[in-house]
Structure formats: C-alpha cells, structure tokens
Design a protein around this ligand. Structure first.
Ligand SMILES: Nc1ncnc2c1ncn2[C@@H]1O[C@H](COP(=O)(O)OP(=O)(O)O)[C@@H](O)[C@H]1O
Ligand SMILES: [Mg+2]
Length: 253
C-alpha cells in the first residue's frame, strides 16, 4: 500500500519544500521507497534535489495534460530509493487549464493510481489553495502542515482547515491531518517559544513533538542541489528531519 502525503500550507516560505525534500530523504534512508511529486510551478523541490531544467521532461504538467502516468516522468535522484516527478513553470498554466476539465479535482489522483510501487508519495504543494493544491489533497491519504514559528503562524490556518474539511466531505473521505510541524524554531527567541506554546494549546496532539530548528545548513543545501541530510547529516536541521521521519513511522504503528 502506497501512503500519499501532501505537504501543504497556502503561505509561502513556511518550509513546505524543505520538509518535503528532507522528509523524503529521511524515509529513503530507512529503506522506504519514496516518490516526491513537485506540484509547485516554482519547481523548488526539483531544483533542491538537483534536477536540471533539461531533465524536467516530461514534467508534472505534461502528465496533467494527458491525465496519465508516463513512467518516463519518474526520474531517479542522487538519493537512493528516492524518485521525483519534477515541475517547471509550465505547471502554472495547469491551474487555469484544469478549471475546464471533467472531474478536475481528480486529475492528480488518477495519475498517481499507477505509481503504486512506492511506499510513500510526498507532494510538495504550491503556496495557494487553488486547483493544484486541491488535486494534491484529493490524491492524498493525509496532509502535513508546516507552520513557521513566527507571529503570523496561525494566520490562514482556518481557511486551510476549511479546505481540508470540504475536500474530505466532497471528494476524499479518507483524508486526514497527518500532523502539524513547527519549522524554523529558534529556542533562544521568546516569540518563537510563545508561538510553539500557542500552536500546541490550539491543536493539541496533532502537533509533532519534533520541531525543526532554524539552521543555516538547511537553507544552504538547496543551492548545492542536495537535501540537507546529504549536504550535512550531522547538522541540527538534518537530525530534526530524521527525528520527524521516526516520529511519523512510529505513529503508523
Ligand atoms: N529550518 C530552517 N532553517 C533555516 N532556513 C530554512 C529552514 N526551513 C526552510 N528554510 C528556508 O526558508 C525558505 C523558505 O523555505 P521553503 O521550504 O522553500 O518554504 P515553502 O516551500 O513553504 O515556500 C527557504 O529559503 C529555505 O531554505
Ligand atoms: Mg515551496
């Protein structure tokens, strides 16, 4: 059984892509086969894992247009056990083109049905609640919501929670929240600690015990086309993502 997880939050810069790449790498390190799906037209996950623009054919956009999985779109990465369906700026057009297709919410779900040889599929969502994110959530078993530990962390959470609820009711009854992940935590910063306390009071058990610290190596890694876990496995950020993978695996039972 393939478990499909969306990494979603309509806010940009909260750590979706970083979480997708490093969680995917951590899961592959414990011998799980993982497919990363880059569903953001910015293609940051593709770049961050070292996929050149020339290699992005076919890209997710081409699959969406054909509404069919082309095995050639599944590329191997530098990480053993980790493959990717990449994205380029063409994908921005899909947001518009999808509006006029039949059962437009199910296009990605249909495509991923055939990608059933993986243990996990992680979908890096764009920073919007448009059709690409809706398609990701409809295709998924669960969703991880990264929250940046700063003052406006909870802003927008009610619309995200509403969207998840609407998708559950209308398109995908099995969808649940896998967990909420606090990112860019700075333990020396009082505000960061207050935000963490607030989020835990508000959302309780679904907030991961693991938090991701603000860590320079994490932000450097993408420019080298490597997951932080390969760039520097011993840095605090890498260790945190490995801990997150462990926490997620323990929750699966
Ligand atoms: N734990 C962290 N420590 C330091 N920088 C981080 C951390 N997580 C993410 N970043 C940086 O913050 C920026 C936004 O992160 P990103 O994962 O791209 O967010 P999103 O995909 O939600 O837009 C990127 O430059 C990334 O390298
Ligand atoms: Mg991103």
């Amino acid at each position: 059984m393939t478990k499909i997880i969306s990494i979603a939050n309509q806010k940009g810069g909260v750590g979706k892509t970083t979480t997708t790449i490093n969680l995917a790498t951590s899961l592959s390190a414990i011998n799980k086969t993982v497919l990363l799906v880059d569903a953001d037209p910015q293609g940051n996950a593709s770049t961050g894992i070292g996929i050149t623009y020339e290699e992005r054919v076919p890209s997710l956009y081409d699959l969406i247009i054909k509404r069919e999985l082309d095995e050639g779109a599944i590329k191997k990465t530098i990480v053993p056990n980790l493959s990717i369906i990449s994205a380029n700026t063409n994908l921005a057009a899909a947001e518009l083109e999808l509006t006029s297709v039949e059962k437009r919410e199910f296009v990605l779900a249909d495509i991923l049905l055939k990608a059933n040889k993986f243990d996990f599929i992680l979908i890096d969502c764009p920073p919007a609640l448009g059709l690409l994110t809706i398609n990701s959530l409809v295709a998924s078993n669960s969703v991880i919501v990264p929250l940046q530990s700063e003052f406006f962390a909870l802003e927008g959470m009610s619309s995200l929670v509403n969207t998840i609820q609407l998708i559950k009711e209308n398109f995908n009854p099995k969808l649940n929240v896998e967990g909420i992940l606090l990112t860019m935590v700075d333990k020396r910063n009082t505000l960061s600690s207050l935000v963490e306390k607030d989020v835990r009071e508000h959302f309780g058990e679904i907030v991961y015990k693991t938090t991701i610290p603000r860590n320079i190596k994490i932000s450097e890694a993408p420019s080298h086309g490597k997951p932080a876990i390969i760039y520097d496995v011993n840095c605090s950020g890498s260790m945190a993502y490995i801990g997150l993978a462990r926490e997620i695996m323990n929750k699966q039972g």
